[in-house]
Design a protein around this ligand. Sequence first.
Ligand code: ATP
Ligand code: MG
Length: 565
Amino acid sequence: MESKNSNEKVPNFIRNIIAEDLKNNKNEGRVQTRFPPEPNGYLHIGHAKAICLNFGLAEEFGGKCNLRFDDTNPVKEEDEYANAIEKDVRWLGFDWGEKTYYASDYFEQMYEYAVQLVKAGKAYVDDLSADEIRQYRGTLTQAGVESPYRNRSVEENLDLFERMRKGEFPNGAQVLRAKIDMSSPNLNMRDPVMYRILHAKHHRTGDKWCIYPMYDWAHGLEDSIEGITHSICTLEFEAHRPLYDWFLEQLGVFHPQQIEFARLNLSYTMMSKRKLLQLVEEGHVNGWDDPRMPTISGLRRRGYTPESIRDFAERIGVAKRDSMVDIALLEHCIREDLNKRAPRVMGVLNPLKVIIDNYPENQVDELDAINNPEDPEMGKRKVPFSRELYIERDDFREDPPKKYFRLAPGREVRLRYAYYITCVDVVKDENGEVTEIHCTYDPQTRGGCSPDGRRVKGTIHWVSTPHALDAEIRLYDHLFTKEDPGDVDEGEDFRSNLNPESLKIVSAKVERSLENARVENFYQFERKGYFCVDPDSSKESLIFNRTVTLRDTWAKIEKAQKGKS
Ligand code: ATP
Ligand code: MG
């Protein structure tokens, strides 16, 4: 984990590689990276790490980063996803220039490259079925077996490959394979499949193609065609690198350097797109942008800022070994950002009515409240005080335990920015539930301090009843109950770890100034956390999402670690 000052660039092994390449004038001093999502789902926080890394490095070294859709699988890909991806990358604060790149734009070129390999005797058409290919492939301890079709003549291969393209054969009848080495210790090198037949409509090329390139074949070519200098990808591609290199060497084309880094794993979070899609389709969440989702659109709706996500990406650093990042660190990053920027307001999530017996009816006192103690320039606002107020239900206890310093019969507390009040009476309904409490206030304590130096231990927030606005508040908890949601009993899957209490909705009373709240505005509700206005919100019905509470468990962990060392 990296140091506290997030504005400082922390050295990492990829930065070092690029700096060294520049020193040696490799690629004529050019730095070109890319972010290559497959448009088969929404981007998540793991992608944000890759985005910040690729765009960040390009920016830092005066290079460029392409946004490229790796749209080589027609079956699962859609424009909706492509549009959402563009929106999210832009929102994170990155710019990929005029042109958006698509792997599908290179289908013709890739086909020609494949023909080139066939002509060189380095690729062949195989009639084995997918199952047979798998069987022939061997295992880690056992060499593979060559296909009986492996030694077809170049002419026959050229003819068959062309006919595959023309659509003469059904799905699965043939594949084009690279002719490498069936006994290679690296399974990826055992004659990998380059093309498969798939009679399917593609979101951009329509019906033009019925053969589609496989990832390993396509990806290096995409990088090469775009002149990518550093092709940064996640660790699971490490064993694919020899193949990446092999294809480019055989073709004798521009050869980018593939560099692998550890993907982000986050506690209490599931990051597989397939599983996220399942959560959406089965209605476990309300769409891809549900504030409980780890998607960028979900985080945005939850109230995360682009700055906080970029800060997080910088702090987690770049490593060569997989690990699990504590979600408390992500929450810490948004707290730090919002602490500086979020206006403070008062909102009561679970209201209890308070009547100030000695306060004149119909009188309203406009009190000064500080908008952000961290930033004096944010100024002050007026909050109305009147005879009837709401306080938080759990800020009152009829029978207070030890060390409870808030309101109780006979006790005095400070109302934030207002007066000292003392509880004099409690009213209950027939079930014994407290319905309202009566207090007296001390007019001498206006602004929250007493001229006689009398002290109170508790300060609580409140809103004036006649001035309060109603608001729906959505309180979130982790979507999963386990740190590793994939950790399940036999016969179960990750869904058994879904947290049934990940969303709680309450009806709150919030202060008058929030009548001007607009979508995506963020606030600190004093003592209750950071909140943002949900897009479903309107002037008539205000809806807030709680982004995070104020309890910063990460800061505690950090402090404890410092104490130890
Ligand atoms: P899948 O392969 O399951 O569809 P993916 O998450 O790998 O999903 P891609 O669209 O291929 O999806 O990802 C785009 C880029 O984001 C890739 O370069 C990938 O390495 C990177 N990426 C994906 N997940 C993570 C992660 N958890 N941490 C860091 N980078 C990631
Ligand atoms: Mg992938």
